[in-house]
Write a protein that binds this ligand. Structure first.
Ligand SMILES: Cc1cc2nc3c(=O)[nH]c(=O)nc-3n(C[C@H](O)[C@H](O)[C@H](O)COP(=O)(O)OP(=O)(O)OC[C@H]3O[C@@H](n4cnc5c(N)ncnc54)[C@H](O)[C@@H]3O)c2cc1C
Length: 296
């Protein structure tokens, strides 16, 4: 019987594993190696590691975590889960069943890419979702913002410190005149057509074409595709969920506790704002929550 099974061994899960390993707890981490930022060549805004490739960060983290003899990392997918505190069972696609007293779910979310030529080629390079992660590298350049929800209207005010050249691509959506005037006063260009193609050189956006034939020169395009949890284990467990602007997340309370005793959630799966630092912070909290609950 393990103390904790961690499903998802990336930024959140490995942080939890390290914390528990240092507390000499028996931990199994299950992971399928598909961290969400694997499309980006470099990860930013991570203290002490700014500009390091995400794969390099995770390789180093895995090595460090495996230095703790009570931590086990299995490259396998968790496909089923059942049980109660002090006796959870997680089944893997490798045919194993592992039992543990507590569960930490940190299997992240997956972005659902629109079927637009060029989108995936540029994702994480110059089609980006977060200015804090990748905006500095394209500062003062021509930015596009692909409208996806009313939240998109907050983009131009946020982006203004990076560039004053912003085009909002409405992508078939309608916005009220008052919003148009506000954007106009900010100097934001608005185009009404739907995005038809993204032109690029090796992932570096050069421009876009709209469905009405309009061509626009751009150097970066902000996009916020819908996302979904990377697994359905939370559904099998009947965990309480809540909506985020682009998907759903597991509802968590103090120390990342979910709606069911003994089960904790961390990382992108359990928060509306997503970054490596937020993920590691919540992984650390989840580990503390699981550990404290075992002391009772
Ligand atoms: C393109 C892009 C670029 C980004 N750049 C930055 C940046 O520069 N700086 C920054 O701070 N943030 C960045 N982010 C955000 C960052 O990637 C996420 O916040 C972070 O990866 C979340 O970590 P996580 O551990 O919650 O999930 P993830 O890193 O997504 O990891 C989840 C892990 O769980 C595994 N998994 C999934 N299902 C199962 C299962 N059933 N069984 C076992 N394992 C499973 C996956 O394979 C994966 O390894 C970026 C995001 C994107 C999309």
């Amino acid at each position: 019987m393990q103390d904790v099974i961690i499903v998802g061994g990336s930024f959140a899960g490995l942080t939890a594993a390290m914390q528990l390993g240092r507390a000499r707890r028996k931990v199994t981490v299950l992971d399928t190696g598909r961290n969400r930022n694997r499309y980006a060549s470099h990860a930013h805004n991570i203290l002490g590691h700014d500009g390091v490739p995400p794969g390099e960060l995770l390789d180093a983290a895995r090595k460090q975590v495996l230095g703790y003899p009570t931590v086990d990392l299995i490259e396998a997918k968790a496909i089923d889960v059942s049980g109660e505190p002090d006796n959870f069972a997680v089944a893997t696609d490798g045919g194993d069943t592992i039992n543990a007293r507590r569960l930490i779910l940190s299997y992240g979310i997956a972005d659902e890419f629109p079927d637009i030529p060029g989108f995936v080629d540029c994702w994480g390079k110059t089609v980006i979702h977060c200015p804090f992660c990748h905006g500095y590298e394209v500062a003062d350049k021509r930015w596009g913002l692909l409208y996806s929800s009313p939240m998109s209207l907050h983009g131009p005010a946020l982006y203004a410190n990076w560039t004053d050249d912003i085009t909002l691509v409405l992508d078939g959506h309608h916005i009220i005149e008052e919003e148009r005037h506000k954007l106009d006063r900010r100097g934001v260009r608005i185009v009404d057509g739907r995005l038809a193609a993204i032109h690029h050189n090796g992932g570096q956006v050069t421009g876009i074409t709209l469905d009405d034939g309009t061509e626009l020169g751009l150097d970066a395009l902000y996009a916020h595709p819908r996302n979904r949890p990377s697994s359905d284990l939370h559904t099998r467990l009947g965990l309480e969920m809540k909506d985020t602007p682009t998907g759903t997340m597991i509802t968590v309370g103090d120390m990342q506790a979910t709606s069911r005793p003994g089960i904790y959630a961390a990382g992108d799966l359990a928060m509306a704002m997503h970054s490596v630092t937020f993920a590691t912070n919540s992984g650390s909290l989840a580990a503390m929550g699981a550990l404290q609950s075992m002391l009772l």
